[in-house]
Design a protein around this ligand. Sequence first.
Ligand SMILES: Cc1cc2nc3c(=O)[nH]c(=O)nc-3n(C[C@H](O)[C@H](O)[C@H](O)COP(=O)(O)OP(=O)(O)OC[C@H]3O[C@@H](n4cnc5c(N)ncnc54)[C@H](O)[C@@H]3O)c2cc1C
Length: 451
Amino acid sequence: MTTNYDVVITGAGTAGSMAAAALANKGLKVALLDRQPKEKIGVKICGDATSGEHFKRIQDITKVDPPKGDEVIQKVAGAWLYSPDREVKLELVEEGGTGIIIDRFKLGMRILDNAIDFGAELFDESMVKEPIITDDYVTGIKYRGKDKNIHEMTGKVIIDASGIIGVLRTKLNPNKTFMDLELAPKDVCNCYREIRDVEPEIESPEFIRLIFDQDVAKGGYIWEFPRGPHSMNAGLGVMRINKMNPHKQFDVFIEQRKELYENSKLVHGGAWRVPLRRPQDNLVWNGFMLIGDSGTQVKPTDGGGIGISVNAAAMASKTIVSALENDNVSMDGLWDYNVQFMRSIAPINAPLAIMKDFVIPLPSSILNEIFHKEILTGDDLLYGNASGNISSGFMVNLVRAWRGKRILGTLFKFRGILKQMDRARTLYENFPDNSEDFQPWRSEIMNIYGD
Ligand SMILES: Cc1cc2nc3c(=O)[nH]c(=O)nc-3n(C[C@H](O)[C@H](O)[C@H](O)COP(=O)(O)OP(=O)(O)OC[C@H]3O[C@@H](n4cnc5c(N)ncnc54)[C@H](O)[C@@H]3O)c2cc1C
């Protein structure tokens, strides 16, 4: 039995490594476990799009520099959004935009190395199996180590940062933790992604491309994120409920885009999943926390989770430092992390989950109408995705309603969705100060989301 860690973290992705760095630089004794060998940690199937601002915001807590040097592959000036029929292209340009395409492996490795330099102990090739629970506290983990034997490790706080698998979360009693064991098939996006070197020069590589073709990527979208003039990070996501094979669908897309991909060279390809829903209703239990994809802390409309996960890691670390100082790692002692996350990031993400549920069943014909008739403008989308607040002004804008007369039924339904989004936002902004008031809050959340 290895004992006496202050914090044991399962998973050395962006969430786990950033938490390890933030906690170790505060002098805490941190163990960080990952099933991968060290040289493969940070290899993740991902669009690799983020913003340095997410990292700058938390730098004073984490002491980890934002993406820099050759970790930044391409600066992003904006996005091109294509209608399903590809006939309409909306250009979204955010003034002073800070988007970047990163070399995720290099960035992941540096965060991990920072954590190790600050004193965190890495246990690579270590497959975490289950939590150890003592008197309703998570007090440790069981894992299969490099030597293939099962070991136990204890800590005062145990973090599940194992990504969408949520290896510890899914082995706890949900009636006690108020965390979901499984994600609904409508909330899981199955993705396939390739990095390809291409022969033709990519036009305007500073623009990322999103194509909303529901025949190819049902419930999701196709992305092309240029990595300079001759390299593309391209992929697509399909909602699990639609039972499509994302790899096969990607091949369909590649066939449609021969002008770019003919004679291209495959650099890396693979499939993975991203959770697209509201955050877990509760992120803490006695001696236990969720960060990153295990806490479903991803923006439901675009699958962006890198920036959110590192911010969640910083919030969780701040709470752990105080909880250990106060010698109270109970659910109440760790509650402040819930409050920080639920009142800052969740009021953006959680309403967007309602919008996602409304949009994903829409067929290409309706999406084409929305694009062709400019029922939603680029500004609506840019502001809405950043704030979680889609301007309801457009619903009373008669001109736009008239433009969309062929899909008036859908637009009326959307008005109801906007109201629900407002209700959800208000609830998250008023997330309870303590666990005693959590149940009434959760009942209202369940009413909205229909669980
Ligand atoms: C296809 C795709 C595209 C995406 N594109 C973007 C994008 O462009 N921009 C963006 O911001 N976000 C994107 N995301 C989301 C983003 O990758 C994640 O939200 C973010 O990186 C947070 O990850 P994490 O650290 O929580 O989990 P992960 O990065 O999944 O890390 C989890 C770690 O836990 C380890 N692990 C798992 N199980 C065990 C176990 N039992 N024992 C030990 N270790 C274990 C894994 O090896 C891994 O290292 C994308 C996701 C996918 C799937």
